[in-house]
Write a protein that binds this ligand. Sequence first.
Ligand code: HEM
Length: 132
Amino acid sequence: MNFKQLFTESYERAVLGNQEPFFAEFYAIFISKSLDLKHMFAQTNMRKQRQSLATSLTLLVWFAEEHKSDAQLEQLAKQHAGFGLTAELYDVWMDALIEALKKTDTQHTKEESLAWRIILSPGITFMKQFNL
Ligand code: HEM
């Protein structure tokens, strides 16, 4: 199975051209998972936040390809370390992303869920290290 290809096909179908509704769904799901999360985003401009996340997903994809961190990803990781996140919250983040894909893309498959996890995991692992 070609997970890069599965990821790209899913990304193009579910996210590209559908960014606002997709990331709105993601944050609705993610934030509903705990009160802590609700508090963390209480003062956040969610419109700006959705756009930032759309951009930063590409940082994770690039990291998975190159296995090199760049200044932008390091800055994002350091910023997140300041939020006092747990490893579990990163799992909640990933699960919420998959849930949003299932909810917004009727053609989404199990294999594509796995592809998202496989492609994004290296960058998430990198980000987590700053918190632990
Ligand atoms: C454990 C899971 C995560 C939690 C709880 C979390 C929480 C937060 C919070 C509280 C903010 C600040 C919002 C504000 O400015 O008011 C933020 C910003 C941001 N997060 Fe996360 N985050 C998580 C994971 C991630 C991941 C994995 C990514 C990368 C793809 C990411 C990308 C971003 C971006 C791009 C911003 C905006 C940075 C900026 O514009 O300054 N987050 N996050």
